[in-house]
Design a protein. Structure first.
Length: 166
């Protein structure tokens, strides 16, 4: 993890701790990195590439949604990003208290479905394995990570995110 990013995450955690763990409605952000990706073709049955070419994937609607399957989809990409980001946040906050988080895992399940009032929505379940901490300490750590994770901050108040220590 880059030192500048880690220092900023720690600073964000300290601010969250001082304001009771909530993020202000309006806050400014100093951008550390911007990812750019472009989707082409037929949307969910198209193609996506990152500006630097590292991500270069075909997209297909999953069979469960009536599509052909056989390629990744936006929900899988979101799940991978959220799991990785949350895992980084978990390690940062654990490091502040020198907690042993060796062997931790974060699995993200992202569901998509029709909303009652029209359109579609997402829901996320994060299953977090923290083998070297007791359940109470693991749950406290997960709650703290949820306050500093950028994906958690982006989704808070917008979609349901369930945190489970497994």
């Amino acid at each position: 993890m880059a030192a500048g990013y880690q220092e900023e995450v720690v600073a964000q955690f300290d601010r969250a701790r001082h304001d009771g763990g909530t993020q202000p409605q309006e806050c400014t952000m100093q951008t550390l990195y911007t990812a750019v990706a472009t989707a082409t073709g037929d949307g969910r049955n198209g193609h996506a590439t990152s500006e630097d070419g590292i991500v270069d994937v075909d997209l297909r609607i999953p069979k469960e949604m009536g599509g052909p399957g056989g390629a990744t989809n936006p929900e899988q990409l979101f799940a991978a990003g959220y799991a990785a980001c949350f895992h980084s946040a978990l390690k940062v906050v654990a490091g502040q208290d020198e907690l042993d988080v060796n062997g931790t895992e974060v699995s993200a399940s992202v569901g998509i479905g029709a909303l009652d009032d029209g359109g579609f929505g997402l829901e996320v379940e994060l299953d977090v394995t923290v083998p070297n901490l007791d359940r109470e300490a693991a749950e406290a750590l997960v709650a703290r990570a949820h306050q500093v994770c950028p994906y958690s901050n982006a989704t808070r108040g917008n979609i349901e995110v369930t945190l489970t220590v497994v």
